[in-house]
Design a protein around this ligand. Sequence first.
Ligand code: NAX
Length: 327
Amino acid sequence: PSAPVTVTVTGAAGQIGYALLFRIASGAMLGAGVPVRLRLLEIPAATKAAEGTVMELMDGAFPLVAGLDVFDDPAKAFDGANIGLLVGARPRGPGMERADLLSANGGIFSVQGQAINDGAAADFRAVVVGNPANTNALIAASHAPDVPASRFTAMTRLDHSRAVAQLAAKTGAGVGGVRRLAIWGNHSASQYPDITHATVDGVPATDLVGQAWIADEFIPRVAQRGAEVIAARGASSAASAANAAVEHMRLWVQGTPEGDWTSMAVPSDGSYGVPEGLVSSFPVTTAGGEYTIVQGLEVDGFSRARIDASVAELAGESDAVAGLGLI
Ligand code: NAX
């Protein structure tokens, strides 16, 4: 059997954490042959609840679980970590301004970035789930100067999976028949779910659905899906978000299938006119534990405007956190 992989999950006592930890323990993320040491990071007020989750993880008697520990100190939680799932974040409270939200999260992700820099394993990689996810990843990376910035990514796989499911439902295909869909930009309402390169059972998606459906139904539905779930469930997406985090990391570590992509928010290298350094979602392929932004895609006028609008929002967030001294 391979050596255990150390996985640190922040916000472990939250609703996404609760759904996520059991999937990782079962081997869904790293594969059936890979033991995991789970390290749960919480704020002091929630470590007791995290201990309760640890009791349940024990009671699952998962053969792949090689360690279970709860921490309230990021330095300890990230010591030796190979993988970080950064889920815990400060939600927007009543009367909280945007700058308050950015600075509250800046306080969390700067400290965690520093802890990662000081103690994580050489192959450390992270996905940020906690919102504003793209900008939180930017903050963490900027406080971890010894870790390549490319190892700090943010999650847009939930948006990607939502888009795949909507396109499959519309065309009557199975989700497995949908390929080459892409999410661009920010994990926010400005995101651009792009089907211009997608195929459904090998047929170009744009031959199967009209532009009006794309612009007036598909894009708003994917972008507002989180609100739709809240309205129905009375709580925000949790199991689907946990599933997406598992998929993000599984695909990064184990590779995308031949002929398909996933979407990840990664530090831009300037591809597609996205300013270098902004953590923006792109279509990526992965192999050998590395991701590559898909190159050479034609970007039509409609797509260009949508990508530019979302990237402008990211640039605004980046300017705001720079102004607060967080990057
Ligand atoms: P919960 O409020 O249920 O859980 C968050 C947990 O994080 C809490 O237990 C809290 O104590 C903990 N926490 C707060 N600060 C922490 C810190 N400094 N260190 C460690 N733990 C800390 O939220 P949940 O529903 O689990 O959502 C978590 C985050 O995911 C939120 O920021 C949410 O907005 C974000 N989401 C991101 C999505 C994405 O696609 N990128 C989709 C789902 C979700 O909305």
